[in-house]
Design a protein. Structure first.
Length: 285
């Protein structure tokens, strides 16, 4: 019985240590979600400002001035997958990969952001043309968005891409997210056009250059938004996984504590029986 008691105590110590690790991971995931949600608000404000500026700049552009990008039908299309950087996220990466369209005859450049997403693609024998790590803190979101934008510019200048889409998980609350697929390039300018203003904006740049730079800012804002939403969703998924782990740990601890009490009760009962038996054996009549 003593050996079994020692085994129970060792298991309790091990699970309690695991409980501390799970609690720390829950707290960290919750903190990162909170920071990311604050970041998203700033990105939305920036995106709205760029959209207004782009609409005003388009007012100045002559109708015959081309603004389109690469529309070569033979060029590849690109898809950017935003996946998780670390584990303990349940089926997060699988849901993102499931949003990929069935294979078509058109060449495809698959760009993956997130180390765990890369591993998932390797398991599925998917060919990845370029990859990057997801940021592990909100301070790395801007750098990640810029890295992706630089790579897209390089490929567009080389004429190897005709259009690009993004697939990412948008956080919708708690540990829940919704996978979305959005077009990224070429940028459709028509939705940005606004009603002509009485006083056109003053500019210091040629109109086409101004529009191109604002389109670049719009591209950055879209990428930063996708990175931030994916970052938030990843941590939300991890928070939910840790919540379920905590529940299982609590149940296991409760069971072990109950077993420990039963063993102690049995040990006390056994000792009492030995004492009472010994006492009875020593009674002389």
């Amino acid at each position: 019985m003593a050996e079994r008691q020692a085994e129970i105590e060792a298991r309790l110590a091990s699970i309690q240590e695991l409980q501390g690790i799970v609690s720390a991971m829950r707290s960290l995931a919750a903190l990162r979600m909170q920071q990311a949600q604050a970041t998203i608000e700033g990105i939305r404000s920036f995106s709205a400002m760029v959209a207004r500026a782009l609409g005003q700049a388009l007012e100045l552009m002559p109708p015959d001035l081309p603004t389109g990008g690469n529309h070569d039908a033979m060029a590849r299309r690109g898809i950017i997958l935003f996946c998780a950087e670390h584990g303990f996220v349940g089926g997060f990466n699988e849901r993102v990969l499931a949003a990929l369209a069935p294979a078509s005859s058109q060449p495809l450049d698959l760009i993956v952001v997130g180390s765990r997403g890369m591993l998932a693609c390797e398991e599925r024998k998917l060919s990845v043309s370029w990859s990057a790590t997801m940021p592990t803190q909100t301070g790395g979101i801007v750098a990640t968005a810029n890295r992706i934008a630089d790579e897209l510019y390089r490929r567009f200048r080389a004429g190897s891409l005709s259009r690009v889409e993004m697939i990412f998980a948008r956080h919708i609350g708690g540990g829940r997210s919704k996978v979305e697929r959005r077009p990224l390039l070429p940028v459709a300018l028509e939705p940005f056009r606004s009603a002509p203003t009485v006083n056109p904006p003053l500019t210091n740049l040629p109109v086409r250059l101004l529009v191109e730079r604002l389109v670049g800012e719009h591209l950055f804002a879209e990428l930063a938004h996708a990175v931030t939403e994916s970052f938030t969703s990843e941590n939300g998924a991890r928070l939910e996984t840790m919540r379920m782990a905590k529940r299982n740990i609590d149940e296991r601890l409760a069971h072990l504590h109950q077993t420990e009490r039963q063993l102690r009760q049995e040990e006390i009962t056994s000792e009492l029986l030995e004492l009472t038996t010994g006492a009875a054996g020593g009674v002389q009549f």
